[in-house]
Design a protein around this ligand. Sequence first.
Ligand code: NDP
Length: 498
Amino acid sequence: MSAATSDAGAAVLDRGSLDLPYTREDDHFIDGAWRPSTGSVRNVVVDPATEEEWGAVPNATAEDVDRAVAAARRALPGWAALAPSERAALMLRAADELERRAQPLAWTNSRENGSPLAETAGAAANAAGILRYFASLADHLETPDVRPFPNGGGETVVSWDPVGVCALIAPWNFPINLVVIKLAPALLAGCTVVVKPASPTPLSIRLVVDAVAAAGVPAGVVNLVTGSGAVGDTLVRHPQVAKVAFTGSTPVGRRIAAACGELLRPVTLELGGKSAGIVLPDVDVDELSRVLIRSCLRNTGQTCYISTRLLVPAQRYDEVLDAVTATVAAAPLGDPLDERTVFGPVATRAQYDTVLEYLAAGHAEGARATTGGSAADLGRGYYVRPTVFADVTPGMRVAREEIFGPVLSVLRYDDVDQAVDIANDTAFGLGGIVFSGDDERAYQVARRVSTGSIGLNFFASNHSAPFGGRGDSGLGVEYGLEGLHAYLSPQSVHRRVR
Ligand code: NDP
């Protein structure tokens, strides 16, 4: 790729030379093939670094959704009848196929949502890892599960059946990972699926569908329809959908939960967060600086579990604030297709407006920007200057609400009890980190924080451990055996032992 220089001096890479398999498309993936939409409405895909419209996809009609669900319904008995190890073998092949598509997938993803290549270059490998992890659980499903009655009156054979056709609805921030974390357990369980990606990111997911098809997963097992939130709603309420798995915002999650409640349809919701990073007085500031951006501002701050509230002891506040400010100020902001970029643009015009509104709220409420604090002028694109707000108090909007942009709020506390109280004074309960030089002390504090996951001096999701939110952060879990069971329905057969 060649580079040109914008007025502001940031490199803008030439997009014309990228070899992208999908740009302007007219079809959905239904019953094993790309099939034209029955409607004529198209939604555009905009590059947030350049504001150019570079792609388009069809907005599915109710008929498209119906065809996709019908294909999934037809494929269900055959797919469910395979042994888990047979399904796992196809998943392993899909993982290899996906890794073969890593490069175009990364470019497409970065052009869709502005995630730096440093993030998207690993998306295929990470998704392949998820497929391989769930494939490794085939043994778990094939091991007989026989449970004696506690009173000795007989025994029960517990079998696990697929729940049926699943609707998988994903957001735009990690469009591959957040589909595959639903797809992989669904496939192993024997479910068939219809995927609805977010409107800003409808193209990169096509490479996942291609990988699954190339691996030999039968027609109808995986279907993809693109379109707006209304398409998602049609899918959620479709009479032949048996389960919904959703990642996205809390307001939309509530609407989906209400629909599923009415329909008595199982639903998994992975929603927003406002996690706290509790810095203990014995923190190693160099170590904190090393992991800061990944822990608190990953993916230009557009990551659900990151610790966007940093709680710092009064006696070390100035020292930690200086280190945090220097780290954020030094991280390159620029074209997501430049491998050196740490902060890209935010994903959409709407998100850009939202983040600027939060910056204005922070200034108005008395927070002090030690770096950033405004839009960034790179000539074009939805760029916001990565921002550290100091002197934030727990009641401010920037301390309470999910911003989903490159904004870190730094709060002060006097003792650890107060830090734990501030951390827990939120409607959310998703992630968090305790930063300390002493792992045992950090662990004891972590156990007092009410969130589904929390890390000691770092945060990462572990494919084999449950990940989910409490309160407004969601319902149910993904990852791990627990994540697999979200796609299974038990049948207990009781028998006398003769
Ligand atoms: P949204 O909730 O706006 O959208 C998520 C998905 O739902 C999109 O595909 C969207 O389609 C679709 N959708 C919108 N309305 C409906 C509806 N009524 N019925 C069914 N589907 C609908 O979230 P964003 O895409 O803006 O993603 C950002 C949010 O996701 C953040 O709040 C973040 O915290 C959360 N998130 C949570 C994670 C977690 O694991 N807890 C991980 C990552 C993100 P469309 O795009 O067409 O509107």
